[in-house]
Design a protein around this ligand. Structure first.
Ligand SMILES: Nc1ncnc2c1ncn2[C@@H]1O[C@H](COP(=O)(O)OP(=O)(O)OP(=O)(O)O)[C@@H](O)[C@H]1O
Ligand SMILES: [Mg+2]
Length: 244
């Protein structure tokens, strides 16, 4: 049984088929990369998986339980946490407060214990220098790391990452990639990650799914998918130059 099993997922917006008959599975400890051009339906897929809006068709199972359309806090309690392409920290709070709230969402009490755990996590993700700053004032790269730190504070079994590396320069990407690899190796964390940066897709993915116009166009190993002529035609041909 797969940890995450998505079958026949469909979603339309006023006639536009943003998702059509999408099947994707993620095994325990596996990292699956999702690639595809702008507007391919990648974020919509995450929105349908994580209850932002219900799919029109299909099912989502987590660990064999039907979670189709379940709310995000229910999913977090079941071990699935996502990050957003557009970040959503509480901007007027400090980074540390934001992470503390995420720790508390797991039921950690008292506040002192939650703050301590948040501090340890912040150290691990390299945010110590920024911890006392108001989140809204942090540079993009740091806000992205904060978004990831908040997600990790919820102790996911499976993490859904929507372009966590976007807006980061290569020197900022490396530590994030290293952290994600380490979470897989040391904690067996599973991930489904949307990414346009092909070097990252190559480095992290056990398998890749390529989406095009709301449907899965290709799937398989990294090498299979990235060298698939249909993928090159529909996506990489245009973008590989600047994405690699
Ligand atoms: N809430 C919404 N209402 C109406 N249309 C939407 C909504 N969300 C997404 N869409 C449309 O669905 C399609 C897929 O969008 P989506 O954001 O999922 O693409 P994406 O693959 O994440 O693209 P990008 O790489 O640019 O982030 C697009 O045509 C988009 O305009
Ligand atoms: Mg998107």
């Amino acid at each position: 049984m797969s940890l995450l099993d998505i079958q026949g997922l469909g979603k339309s917006f006023r006639g536009l088929k943003a998702l059509h008959d999408v099947d994707i599975s993620v095994e325990e400890g596996e990292i699956v990369g999702i690639i595809g051009a702008n507007g391919a339906g990648k974020t919509t897929l995450f929105n349908c998986i994580t209850g932002a809006f219900p799919p029109d068709a299909g099912t989502v199972e987590l660990d064999g339980r039907d979670i189709t359309g379940a709310a995000m806090h229910t999913l977090a309690a079941s071990g699935m946490v996502r990050t957003f392409q557009l970040m959503r920290p509480f901007h007027s709070m400090t980074a540390w407060e934001n992470v503390t709230i995420a720790v508390q969402s797991r039921g950690v009490r008292p506040e002192r214990a939650a703050r301590r755990e948040a501090g340890e996590l912040i150290e691990r993700t390299g945010l110590t220098d920024w911890a006392a700053m108001v989140s809204g004032s942090l540079p993009t790269a740091v806000q992205k790391r904060l978004e990831l730190t908040r997600a990790l504070a919820m102790r996911p079994r499976i993490l859904l990452l929507d372009e966590v590396l976007a807006g980061l320069v290569p020197s900022e990407r490396a530590p994030v990639l290293e952290l994600l690899g380490e979470l897989r190796t040391n904690e067996g964390m599973s991930m489904l990650f949307i990414e346009h940066i092909m070097a990252a897709v190559r480095q992290l993915s056990d398998r890749v799914v390529m989406m095009d116009q709301g449907a899965v166009l290709a799937r398989g190993s990294v090498d299979e998918v990235l060298s698939d002529p249909r993928v090159v035609e529909a996506y990489l041909g245009k973008e590989y130059g600047n994405a690699a």
